[in-house]
Design a binder for this molecule. Sequence first.
Ligand code: AMP
Length: 113
Amino acid sequence: MSDSCIFCRIVGGSIPATVVASNDVAMAFRDLSPQAPTHVLVIPRRHLASLATADDAAELGAVLSLAAEVARIEGIADSGYRVVSNVGGDGGQTVGHLHLHVLGGRQMSWPPG
Ligand code: AMP
């Protein structure tokens, strides 16, 4: 837990978020600036800077599983969706707490920008 990390503060409840799903390991909440009709962030409750410093396969599996559950909850599991984790500067990461973006509800393009 880091007081300076906004996602840790969401986990701790001092910053509000619209929670979509949650369990002991991970939580999912709506992105403040949605880039698609469904845009949900899935994070580990434990502070991890990014995928680059992830060290627990079970924890990562729980985060990934929750992303798939979010897609079912949001009704995009059958139509399709995208799961993205931006890592570091070139990856476009702006919040230093590992997160998966679950994006869906529209046709995605490739390559990403
Ligand atoms: P990234 O650029 O991959 O690090 O993604 C960070 C995401 O966090 C962006 O899509 C932001 O819109 C989102 N974001 C930042 N602050 C909040 C917040 N307080 N609640 C929900 N989403 C947030």
